[in-house]
Design a protein around this ligand. Structure first.
Ligand code: GLU
Length: 461
């Protein structure tokens, strides 16, 4: 049974890099009829906040990544971590270290002066035949893990291939602080073990933690999961995404009018591919997903491609759903839609013209209330005898018995001939008068939807 997890630290918003990690873990579980676990890594009490937990949950809900187990909170598992620390102490895989902060600082200064890499010198590590220092009074010890002195840790990373790190590179890391609280790498190990995680899929910023975690799992006699480290997402300039420069929080994308399925589709394409397929559903993604097809190198966020994909998903989206999504935007702009044309019909006409939901809301507004036209448009299209001509056209419209895009369209040619004008000299002033903008879909379809009475009212006003 495949079991994966997403294990965010609730120290801010839900980052899109996190969403991509969650997406790949989720897809791998779904593809294999496995289980996807959500775990909140909140042991950093100073940086973890309930608001951030909420932001993570809301973000997961928004993108629609459902989990089967959890959320588990590390802060609720302290007793278990302490139990495993005792187990490691009892089996000789961990030991107490009584070094004071000052001693550690002196150790570091000496090593640096010698040009050595600073590291704990293992003075409290018990070894056969070694005499340990006298236990100082009144010092609460930390617990350190006894990292093997020789050999190497190696694993076949499902994304990056074989990785091998010599144990000599690794310290005897602290697994419990003086107050007994467990440290980050240790909690992850116990959790992955207890939660029977078979595939740890996470960001490659954790590659350095993996050999430490594997050593602890080995000491515990626990089975090793498969590790797959996902490369970073860079911004368009090839830099690490930053909150200051880039949209990184899921909320930013919601605000920008991005559909969650478009964000997931794009994130799926970042660093993973299935032939030339760009636009796909999550059902297709799950069907096609393999860890082998994940690229081991970092990928760049391409804004243009991303918005193109969003446009494709808007086009494919159900109009009723789109109406619900733009309703708050229209309400905020005080656009009253109750007495206008059916929203579904308006959406069907305009949704192919936009790349995001904010633009969609703007595209919809003039069907319900005339926009104030730009002075330049008035000057350009309503100068000279254009106004009088529009009056004459209003009379033709008023005389129509059947009101439809076709019947309106049939008026155009004869009217232009009669007036000796080109179609643009009819269409543009008409748009400015009725819609308040020249940027509309085909004018006959727009007039048909707005309705006879309202069109005549706007022109005559
Ligand atoms: N809590 C870690 C993070 O947010 C992830 C740890 C893991 O996936 O092992 O980066």
């Amino acid at each position: 049974m495949i079991r994966t997890r997403f294990a965010p630290s609730p120290t801010g918003y839900l980052h899109i890099g996190g969403v991509r990690t969650a997406l790949f873990s989720w897809a791998f579980a779904r593809k294999n009829q496995g289980v996807f676990v959500l775990r909140i890594e909140d042991t950093d009490l100073e940086r973890s906040t309930p608001e951030s937990v909420k932001a993570i949950m809301d973000g997961m809900h928004w993108v629609g990544l459902d989990y089967d187990e959890g959320p588990f909170y590390q802060t609720q598992r302290f007793d278990r971590y302490k139990e495993v620390i005792q187990q490691l102490l009892a089996s000789g895989h961990a030991y107490h270290c009584y070094c004071s902060k000052e001693e550690l600082e002196a150790m570091r200064a000496e090593q640096e002066a010698r040009g050595d890499k600073p590291r704990y010198d293992r003075r409290w590590r018990p070894e056969a035949g070694k005499t340990l220092p006298a236990i100082p009074e009144g010092v609460e010890p930390v617990v350190r893990f006894k990292t093997p002195l020789t050999g190497a840790v190696a694993w076949d990373d499902a994304v990056k291939g074989r990785i091998e790190i010599s144990n000599e590179e690794l310290d005897d890391l602290i697994i419990a602080r003086p107050d007994g609280s467990p440290t980050y790498n240790f909690c992850v190990v116990v959790d992955d073990w207890d939660m029977q995680i078979t595939h740890v899929i996470r960001g490659d910023d954790h590659v350095n933690n993996t050999p430490r975690q594997i050593n602890i799992l080995l000491a515990l006699g626990a089975p090793l999961p498969v590790y797959g480290h996902l490369p970073m997402i860079l911004n368009e300039d090839g830099q690490k995404m930053s909150k200051r420069r880039d949209a990184v929080s899921v909320v930013d994308y919601a605000d920008k009018g991005i559909l969650p399925e478009a964000l997931l589709n794009y994130l799926a394409r970042l660093g993973w591919g299935h032939g030339d397929d760009e636009f796909f559903t999550m059902e297709q993604f799950v069907e096609w997903f393999t860890l082998e097809a994940v690229s081991p190198s970092a990928s760049r966020f391409n804004q243009e491609k991303f918005l193109w994909l969003n446009a494709q998903h808007i086009k494919a989206a159900d109009n009723g759903r789109l109406a619900e999504l733009i309703a708050p935007r229209l309400a905020a702009a005080k656009v009253e839609t109750a007495n206008g044309p059916a929203m579904n019909d308006v959406l069907a006409l305009v949704k192919e013209r936009v790349q995001d939901l904010n633009a969609l809301a703007l595209e919809v507004d003039y069907f319900y209330q005339k926009r104030e036209p730009a002075a330049a448009d008035v000057e350009k299209h309503l100068a000279g005898d254009a106004i009088a001509r529009m009056g004459r056209f209003a009379d033709k419209l008023a005389a129509l018995e059947a009101w439809s895009a076709e019947s309106i369209h049939e008026l155009f040619k004869p009217f232009c001939a009669e007036e000796g004008i080109k179609m643009g000299q009819l269409g543009m002033p008409l748009r400015v008068l009725v819609c308040g903008t020249t940027q509309t879909p085909s004018v006959d379809a727009v007039l048909a939807l707005i309705g006879k009475e309202e069109v005549l009212r706007r022109i005559r006003a």
